[in-house]
Each structure stands twice: as structure tokens, then as C-alpha cells.
Write a protein that binds this ligand. Structure first.
Ligand code: ZN
Ligand code: ZN
Length: 371
């Protein structure tokens, strides 16, 4: 099986930074329950259940883990053991929330990870003197700026999903249903190096005009556009996400022309990426090209989203986001054009901001490929 986490030293240094940032944010403690933040900090793929499993990061002192004794095995693959973290295991009948905050003194400022359910947040409030807040300020910057190993993990995810798109002609053709094609794609996503297929969108003809369409039993017609947006996590947990638009035979000139403008818009946005420019300026670069082509009102969503251990995370490439891009940020560039009742198209690549520009992590051709 492929590697499921990085070297232990990676996690110990992340935990150290998290404690520093907890103190800087003026918090007493951050509680992280299973989800992408927990995976980021200790490499754990544990899941959230009704019994509390949590990493506790005090501003002062060492981080430790609270876990039901019956779920200790869930931490085996994580860095908890090798990093020498204290493990506070508990059995039914014990109050795990009191255990989580035991020894911290009076807790007045407590934050929880975004993935922490109310089921755990409310009892934490009850045993402390805090109104829990989100730990986002502590973890946002850490997770947004990827190190070289994370970029490499995303590069491998990108190559894996590129290999799936390269095989599209095996499955995608007129006469098959979207669902049949999607099921073949899902299998290939795993074959080509993902732990699982997280999402498979096959949107043919008029369904392509709905950015949220997933699959249906619609039979794909001849001479139609088909939007294929696919991705999933690799064993390390880093996600792929790539969209290509295909054509089942010759499509009308009007579609060809509009698609050519979409290609230019996507390229303009990629070309706009470099350190120091704002996220919203990248969005504007794509929008400007589509506006010049008379397609501004066909582009009905943001240009992109950050990607890493979550498919959607910061930074969001959207109007109003003045965040300056920095090396190590990774996000999608995915403008689309949508004609309700008729057709739609989208092109999506993941890119990483480098020291002096941009590196696309998906390299399949963008052209409206005729299958
Ligand atoms: Zn996508
Ligand atoms: Zn995306």
C-alpha cells in the first residue's frame, strides 16, 4: 500500500506551529476532532463518532490526544505514537470533555476545528468558561501554504487524474448513459492511483448547463458536449480535481467559438497567477476574456478554490478576495460557461504558485476533444 502519512518530524513541527499560533490568537486551547485538520496535524484518518476523539493543542504545553479506549486502533497509523504524544484514553461512563480540558486551568478562550460537530462543541462549552469559536485563524495559514512534500502529493494526484482523462475514449460515447460512463470512470480513478473516487460528474448536452449536475440515466447523444469533472484523494489524503469538456462527434460552430473563448479565459487566469497578485485579480482575468467574447453572464461561479487535504479550502479565487497569493498556495482555475436547456462547458486545472509564477498540476490538452 502507498504511504499514508509523511515523516513524523513533519507533524511535530506542524504541532509546534499550531501551538504558537494558538497563543498568538489569544486562545487558551484548540480542540481538533477528526477531519482534514486532524489529518494535517497528526496524520490521522480517524472518523468522528458520538464518542469524542480529539487532538488538544494548548497554547501552553504539549498537545495530547483524547480517544475512546475501544478506538485506540484508529490512531495506529497516525504520528501520535512516534511523536510521543500523551494519549488520554477513556471508557464509557467517563466525561471525555472534562478529560479533554483537565489540567488546563480555567479555559476562557477555546476554539474548535471547522469539522467539529455541535455534538462535541456544546459539551466542551459546558465544561469550560468559553463560548467556543472556530480555530480557522490558527489553521488557515498553515494549511493554505503547502510545503514541498504537500505540493508533490498534489502533483501525484494531478498526474493520476490526468491518466484517467487520457483514457476517456474507452468509456465516453453516444448511446451510453451518464451513469454507465461515470461508473467506469470511478473504477479508473482508483486504478490510476487514488484511494477512492470522491466525485464523478458526467454532464451531457443540456445537463452540462448545470454546474452541480452529477450523473443521470440520460443517454448521451451524438454531437453533444459532455462535461467530465472528477477527482478523489490519494493515499496521502491529497485531492485531485480536474474537468475537461468532450464532444461526441462534431458540434456546431457556435459551440466551438464559445468554447475557444473559454479556453482563452482559463489560460488568461492561469497566466495571471504569481506571488503578490490578489486572488480576485485571477478571477477577473478569466472574467475579462469572457466579457470580451460576450459571455460574461454565462460564467456564473467563482474561478476557483484552494485544494489539499480538502477538495474545497482556502484560498478562494473569487471577486472580493484581496488575499495576496504566495508560493505554495494550490488552487483550481475552472471557469465555465452555461446555456440553460442547451449545453455547458468547463475547464479545470489545479495550479501551484511558485517562487516566480505558476505550475499547472494538470497537463492534459484543453481543446474540445472529439471522441
Ligand atoms: Zn472539479
Ligand atoms: Zn474544483
Amino acid at each position: 500500500m502507498a504511504e499514508q502519512r509523511f515523516a513524523t518530524s513533519v507533524y511535530t513541527s506542524r504541532l509546534r506551529r499550531a501551538a504558537e499560533l494558538t497563543a498568538e490568537a489569544g486562545l487558551d486551547v484548540v480542540v481538533v476532532t477528526p477531519g482534514p485538520d486532524l489529518r494535517y496535524l497528526i496524520g490521522s484518518r480517524a472518523e468522528t463518532f458520538e464518542r469524542l476523539t480529539a487532538l488538544v493543542v494548548p497554547a501552553d504545553g504539549d498537545a495530547y490526544v483524547v480517544v475512546p479506549r475501544m478506538e485506540l486502533a484508529a490512531l495506529r497509523d497516525s504520528a501520535v505514537g512516534e511523536a510521543g504524544l500523551e494519549v488520554r484514553d477513556w471508557v464509557d461512563g467517563v466525561d471525555p470533555y472534562a478529560l479533554a480540558l483537565d489540567g488546563l486551568g480555567v479555559v476562557r478562550r477555546l476554539a474548535v476545528s471547522e469539522a467539529t460537530p455541535a455534538l462535541h462543541t456544546v459539551p466542551l462549552a459546558t465544561v469550560s468558561d468559553a463560548s467556543p469559536q472556530l480555530a480557522t485563524p490558527v489553521l488557515r495559514r498553515l494549511r493554505m501554504l503547502k510545503d514541498a512534500a504537500e505540493v508533490d502529493a498534489l502533483r501525484q494526484a494531478g498526474a493520476a487524474i490526468d491518466r484517467v482523462h487520457a483514457r476517456m475514449a474507452q468509456w465516453l460515447r453516444a448511446g451510453r448513459t451518464e451513469r454507465e460512463v461515470a461508473s467506469d470512470i470511478a473504477a479508473a480513478i482508483v486504478e490510476e492511483g487514488h484511494a477512492e473516487a470522491d466525485f464523478v460528474i458526467v454532464a451531457s448536452g443540456p445537463n452540462g448547463a448545470d454546474p452541480h449536475h452529477e450523473v443521470s440515466d440520460r443517454v448521451i447523444g451524438d454531437g453533444e458536449t459532455v462535461v467530465v469533472d472528477i477527482g478523489g484523494p490519494t493515499e496521502l489524503g491529497y485531492n485531485s480535481d480536474s474537468t475537461r469538456t468532450y464532444a461526441t462527434g462534431l458540434v456546431p460552430d457556435g459551440i466551438q467559438d464559445a468554447f475557444a473563448a473559454l479556453q482563452r479565459a482559463q489560460q488568461a487566469a492561469v497566466d495571471a497567477v504569481r506571488p503578490g497578485v490578489t486572488a480576485e485579480s485571477v478571477d477577473a482575468a478569466a472574467r475579462r476574456v469572457l466579457q470580451d467574447a460576450g459571455l460574461a453572464d454565462r460564467f456564473i461561479h467563482r474561478t476557483g478554490h484552494g485544494i489539499g487535504l480538502s477538495v474545497h479550502e482556502e484560498p478562494y479565487i473569487v471577486a472580493g478576495n484581496a488575499l495576496e497569493l504566495e508560493p505554495g498556495m494550490t488552487f483550481s482555475i475552472e471557469p465555465g460557461i452555461y446555456f440553460p436547456g442547451e449545453w455547458g462547458a468547463r475547464i479545470e486545472d489545479i495550479v501551484v504558485v511558485t517562487d516566480d509564477g505558476v505550475e499547472p498540476l494538470n497537463v492534459r490538452p484543453h481543446a474540445l476533444t472529439e471522441l
